[in-house]
Ligand binder design. Sequence first.
Ligand code: NAP
Length: 235
Amino acid sequence: MDNSVALVTGASKGIGQEIARQLAAAGLTVYVGSRDAARGERAAREIGSDARLLVLDVTHAASIAEAAGQVGALDILINNAGISGDGKTADREDIGTFRRIYETNVFGAVAVINAFLPALRRSAHPRIVNISSGTGSLEWAAGPQFPHRGTYAAYRSSKAALNALTVYYAHALADDGIKVNALAPGLRRTGLNAAAAASDGDPAEAAAGAVRLALLPDDGPSGEFFSWDGTPVPW
Ligand code: NAP
């Protein structure tokens, strides 16, 4: 993978930084996407010389365009940037919260994919990995045993939308050889929300699942949803 180039959005910390670290360790050159230059610079420095800062706010068109203009060729795009919000059910949630979360988790991913497609089309083995969530699985959510029934509606529906887009992009980009898959990272100890912060899930374990999808062989799957350990997740 010596000449391959990857971009991880939201790589200033958490799962994204771990993905960037593991891709760099696998020999790739990695753009550490960060909306804050200082945080991103620090994250890239921690990873090492194969990591470089790319200032990128996925909710700002000008930031995305400027970042895309700096990347000539790209093999792997990891749409990791995400925000969680509160745990409210849809009937109690503010519409502004829905909009804010969708701006990052859904529209941000669409805008970044579309902006970086010209660079991905120059790759011999292009891959897109959308960092979703098992809580976005509609099949799991509809089950009677599901623990979060109705809660975190804005966040979880944003991940369900990201899942839908994973399928649509996979179909639209199949003729370009671009594989598009979604990952459920599992509950991980990060700053995403209180539940994540209190968990003992290792972010590096989730990152390894993303790296597996990023380095899929040409006969690997596309348009599918996988857990961090490689097992399929129902949509
Ligand atoms: P995190 O530690 O809070 O990291 C989120 C990252 O996204 C940060 O680097 C943050 O940057 C970045 N980000 C937020 N808004 C952005 C924007 N507008 N533009 C660019 N970057 C932005 O949380 P995490 O747990 O690592 O989350 C990573 C992904 O995993 C998310 O998509 C999340 O939904 C998903 N996930 C996490 C868990 C879990 O248990 N942790 C479970 C399921 C899914 P700043 O440093 O600037 O804030």
